[in-house]
Design a protein around this ligand. Structure first.
Ligand SMILES: CC(C)(COP(=O)(O)OP(=O)(O)OC[C@H]1O[C@@H](n2cnc3c(N)ncnc32)[C@H](O)[C@@H]1OP(=O)(O)O)[C@@H](O)C(=O)NCCC(=O)NCCS
Length: 182
């Protein structure tokens, strides 16, 4: 994937309904409210409990540094000018290609936003020459698997024991991939 012509700190990706943009300090409140959600805490690696300080750190440092250091296109997802969730393309080294991740705030679910954002980030990475992009979802996370398939990803298999839960146990994930010709 060739990022030489991309200004990662400011890059914005647009879809029919969504704007995927850099985080701003004033996203902290919405991020904090969204991350109280049990499903986000269950299926993602966010801190638990999730404090206001965690949200401030996420919107002002974690996501900003990832862009500045060329590690990921981290995006706040907006619909109609409102924050509705988080989506990112992480430039993980290795044969699977960049990884798409997402969560949608509980108040914005059921509109296909996760699929639309994941589709756009995959197109963005493939458009810059990535030979493939991938996504993993817990085998029990049915909503995420629906979103991945709607985003044009193909179910490629199950990766056993690749998930590291907070309680020290491990779990299996479905691996999805998307190629330029998909
Ligand atoms: C997964 C998630 C991102 C989906 O966001 P979304 O924008 O609501 O996605 P969609 O609108 O495309 O909806 C997903 C579909 O899954 C369906 N779904 C939800 N829960 C489901 C379940 N338990 N079993 C089967 N399908 C389910 C929804 O009904 C919807 O299908 P529909 O439109 O036919 O009703 C959101 O639920 C979320 O943020 N979950 C917590 C964090 C998370 O799991 N992130 C992904 C980690 S891999």
């Amino acid at each position: 994937m060739d990022l030489t012509l991309v200004d990662l700190p400011t890059e914005v990706v647009r879809t029919d309904r969504l704007v995927l943009r850099p985080y701003r300090p004033d996203d902290a409140d919405a991020v904090h409210r969204a991350c109280q959600d049990a499903d986000i805490q269950r299926w993602t690696m966010v801190p638990s409990p999730y404090t206001e300080a965690d949200a401030v750190e996420f919107v002002t440092r974690t996501t900003v540094d990832a862009r500045a250091e060329g590690r990921a296109l981290t995006t706040a997802v907006e619909a109609d000018g409102m924050f509705v969730g988080a989506a990112g393309l992480h430039f993980t080294p290795g044969p699977l290609g960049p990884a798409v991740g997402y969560w949608v705030a509980p108040w914005a679910r059921g509109h296909g936003y996760a699929a639309e954002a994941a589709h756009a980030l995959a197109e963005w990475g493939l458009g810059l020459g990535a030979p493939r992009v991938h996504l993993t979802a817990d085998v029990r996370n049915a909503a995420s698997q629906v979103a991945a398939q709607r985003a044009g990803f193909t179910r490629e298999g199950v990766v056993r024991s690749c998930l590291d839960y907070r309680d020290g146990t491990r779990g299996d994930a479905v691996l999805f991939g998307r190629l330029p010709e998909d």
